[in-house]
Design a protein around this ligand. Structure first.
Ligand code: GDP
Length: 473
């Protein structure tokens, strides 16, 4: 890369390094000082910029209160498999697609809006917490409210609990939708009671969590669910400034044969217009057209509106944040910078991915974190509880283990995305990670440690925690 940027041959750079006593390959990473030395020696002028300079001012910091106006809530539906997430998303969409424009066939673009009494609600159309947490792990808080679907004939199940943990880790309020109440064996009270054990206290149980009994099949109470979402969002007082330049998150993106790269974005601040120059992750483009969830061309996308954007040079990644910039040159600079960062990160991971828990804690030392976040998966509930208890006992005033999720079964992709978003390590006790989980953990550099003796596990965590208190540097 350095050779490339200087328009020199890579072999000359390597030769120079050799003279400095460094035997490196063209793909190895060198530090900034060394790069400066080489560049100057080869007759180039070096201007050092801080990382922060490149992205300076890209995203808004504070907004003046006077500019803020109400925006629709953005909702993600989560819950156990087969409890009716997809059915509910479909039913809500059919009963209440944003009215006004006639025609327009509903398109799956990754999110859609419905309207109730003139108020809009945005639903993210990919149920499940993998997408939710993947977005969060890139620093994009794109969900305001989680609707937790629990089937009234089945009750609280492992993925229900997982969803609660994901929502809690993201500090997003939960509304409980008790689904399938049309079924003869539906028992909504049992659901409410079971939720108590996971610290979800619904109103009728003396708590503050809103809950609605619904049927995705018959459509019963779907309006009430929408009303409840609007009620919750009113309490949250969700606002954004629609007049500034747009920024937000990428919900999904693909390469379309006919249309080229197509990205569905959720506008979170400002208003997006055709002609805007947009950067998302390491991709950029000039907005050629904006399409809504019915495939219709729109002339603007205000806060909380999901739109398909045509005009990207390449497809960004789901979860990437996007921003609008003034010039193509700036867009290119940011995109290049990020592409470079991405490559460096991959290389760095390849060299440090096999780090120990202690190293990981030392890395965190610099960010001042004194909490050791963990996701624990075990073969039986008893051992998971024993581990949680033992780790809890290790805590001191200065450092403690915080278990953000634990459960029975192998390590899944969802565990890894949760760990990534929360800067946590994963511990597998007498269980392994499945293929997807391993792939994601390698991609994101998340450590998974396996143990089959509790004592070893506790000992390692203890060592890592004391490493946190007495840094080597
Ligand atoms: P998901 O895995 O959470 O997305 O669940 P699905 O939406 O695929 O639903 C799982 C099954 O439950 C399907 O066979 C649905 O037809 C059924 N189902 C979903 N909602 C209801 C409901 O309110 N009542 C009844 N009786 N069945 C439902």
């Amino acid at each position: 890369d350095l050779a490339n940027r200087m328009a020199e041959r890579a072999v000359d750079v390597i030769k120079f390094l050799m003279k400095q006593g460094q035997m490196l390959k063209a793909t190895d990473v060198i530090d900034a000082d060394m790069a400066q030395l080489i560049a100057e020696d080869m007759g180039h002028t070096v201007r050092r910029v801080a990382d922060s300079d490149v992205e300076e001012g890209l995203f808004a910091t504070a907004e003046a209160d006077s500019e803020l106006v109400r925006r629709p809530p953005v909702v993600t539906i989560m819950g156990h498999v087969d409890h009716g997430k997809t059915s509910l998303l479909d039913a809500l969409r059919k009963t209440n697609v944003v009215s006004g424009e006639a025609g327009g066939i509903t398109q799956h673009i990754g999110a859609y809006q419905v309207e109730l009494n003139g108020e809009k609600i945005t639903f993210i159309d990919t149920p499940g917490h993998a997408a939710f947490t993947a977005m969060r792990s890139r620093g994009a808080k794109s969900t305001d409210i989680v609707v937790l679907v629990v089937a009234a004939d089945d009750g609280v199940m492992p993925q229900t609990i997982e969803a609660i943990h994901h929502a809690r880790a993201a500090k997003v309020p939960v509304i409980v939708a008790i689904n399938k109440i049309d079924k003869p064996d539906a028992d909504p009270t049992r659901v409410r009671t079971e939720l108590l054990q996971h610290e979800i206290f619904v109103e009728s149980m003396g708590g503050e969590t809103l809950d609605v009994e619904v049927s995705a099949k018959t459509g019963e109470n779907l309006d009430k669910l929408l009303e409840t979402i609007l009620l919750q969002s009113e309490v949250m007082d969700l606002k954004a400034d629609p007049r500034r330049v747009a920024e937000g998150s990428v919900i999904e993106a693909k390469l379309d044969k006919g249309r080229g790269p197509v990205a569905t974005v959720l506008v979170q601040r400002g208003t997006l217009h055709p002609g805007d120059i947009i950067v998302a992750g390491s991709e950029w483009g000039r907005v050629r057209a904006l399409l809504n969830d019915r495939g219709q061309t729109v002339s603007e996308a205000p806060p909380s509106m999901p739109v398909e954007v045509l005009g990207f040079q390449g497809a960004p990644d789901a979860g990437d944040r996007f921003a609008v910039v003034e010039t193509e040159a700036r867009a290119r600079e940011i995109a290049d910078y990020r592409a470079r960062q991405k490559r460096e990160k991959i290389v760095a991971r390849q060299t440090t991915a096999r780090g120990s828990l202690t190293e990981m804690m030392n890395q965190r030392q610099s960010s001042g974190l004194k909490e050791f976040a963990l996701v624990i998966k075990g073969d039986v509930q008893g051992s998971v509880e024993a581990i949680a208890g033992a780790l809890d006992a290790l805590g001191t005033d200065e450092v403690r283990a915080r278990i953000i999720h634990s459960g029975v079964g192998g390590v899944t992709e969802s565990d890894v995305t949760l760990a990534a978003a929360s800067n946590a390590a994963i511990i597998g006790f007498n269980v392994r990670a499945n293929k997807q989980a391993r792939d994601v953990s390698e991609r994101d550099g998340i450590e998974i440690r396996y143990y089959n003796i509790i004592y070893d596990l506790v000992d390692d965590v203890k060592a890592a925690m004391s490493g946190l208190l007495t840094p080597e540097r």
